[in-house]
Design a protein around this ligand. Structure first.
Ligand code: SAM
Length: 276
């Protein structure tokens, strides 16, 4: 899977070098490119925000750099056989892409261009995801669905968010989703994107060594997972439930199912189907 991330804080994504996702990148399962939004500005201060129309507190991300960043990424994909980065340089997998903004000026469509027409979508076309507290809530089911995508572009908002026209423009070029991590407000989209990439990435075949470990997890079958234990059998006066130590796999399966139901009922009753 290819992942492009547009952000004003590329350094946030250094964590993608470690652990299972880091290895997936080394193995070529994940191809991650991080793009600095400020590389698509043209003023001395590399401005990406401005005051909101209509007044109000805070700043809004300007559409122009977003339009150019999306063009740079999507033009490259649209061109069959493209093997170079948006700036035309060969790119080592996982590098932060060092865009030469000048080279993407005039790459065809620009934000608000009259010729930004919706076009026929192919299955391999990128999905553009903007994290937003005003989006649909991210779930395990969505992570599983997105783990089958071949290319996802993430656009990280900051300040009061991104000018609405950017979403409309992106929609003219790709499938667009606004996705929320939950009902709270973060300072920016970076943390949300990290969480989504981790949840999606671990479902891609080859990323987790033993795929069976994915099957019984929380949210996979609509319930929370049962409690887990390891050695020693007794620790600081707390014993492992005897059913787990007697080798009766039928009894263990029944106990685990009961635990799943009990835990879900207690902590997340909203996940259970309504009582008949
Ligand atoms: N003014 C916006 C609102 O009320 O909907 C909140 C903007 S927030 C301070 C800045 C950015 O953080 C958003 O554009 C989005 O990228 C990200 N963000 C904040 N909360 C989020 C959440 N719950 N899920 C996903 N992204 C979030």
């Amino acid at each position: 899977m290819r992942i492009d991330i547009v952000t004003i804080f590329p350094e946030y994504f250094g964590a993608l070098d470690v652990s299972l996702l880091g290895r997936a990148r080394e193995d070529g399962i994940l191809d991650v490119k991080v793009h600095d939004l400020r590389a698509f500005t043209h003023d001395r201060h590399r401005t990406v925000d401005d005051k909101p129309y209509g007044g109000g507190a805070g700043m809004v991300m300007k559409p122009e750099p977003w339009g150019e960043a999306l063009d740079a990424i999507l033009d490259q994909v649209a061109a069959p056989g493209a093997t170079t980065d948006a700036d035309g340089d060969a790119n080592a997998d996982g590098d932060i892409v060092d865009h030469d903004a000048a080279s993407v000026v005039g790459t065809g469509l620009s934000a608000g261009a009259a010729d930004a027409r919706p076009r026929h979508r192919r299955e391999t076309d990128p999905i553009v995801i903007f994290p937003s507290p005003a989006g649909e809530v991210f779930t395990q089911a969505m992570a599983r669905e997105l783990s089958g995508a071949s290319h996802i572009v993430f656009g990280c908002g900051r300040y009061e968010g991104i000018d609405q026209r950017v979403f409309e423009y992106a929609e003219s070029r790709a499938s667009v989703r606004l996705v929320s991590l939950g009902d709270y407000v973060l300072n920016g989209g970076e943390v949300a994107v990290m969480a989504m990439i981790e949840a999606i990435g671990r479902l891609i075949p080859g990323v987790i060594g033993n795929p069976e470990s994915l099957v019984e997890e929380s949210h996979e079958d609509g319930l929370l997972e049962y409690p887990s234990y390891t050695k020693p059998a007794e620790w600081r006066g707390y014993a492992v439930p005897p059913v787990l130590t007697n080798g009766n796999h039928g009894a263990i399966a029944v106990w685990r199912r009961e635990q799943q139901l009990e835990r879900t009922r207690r902590v997340r009753p909203d996940l259970l189907p309504p009582a008949q």
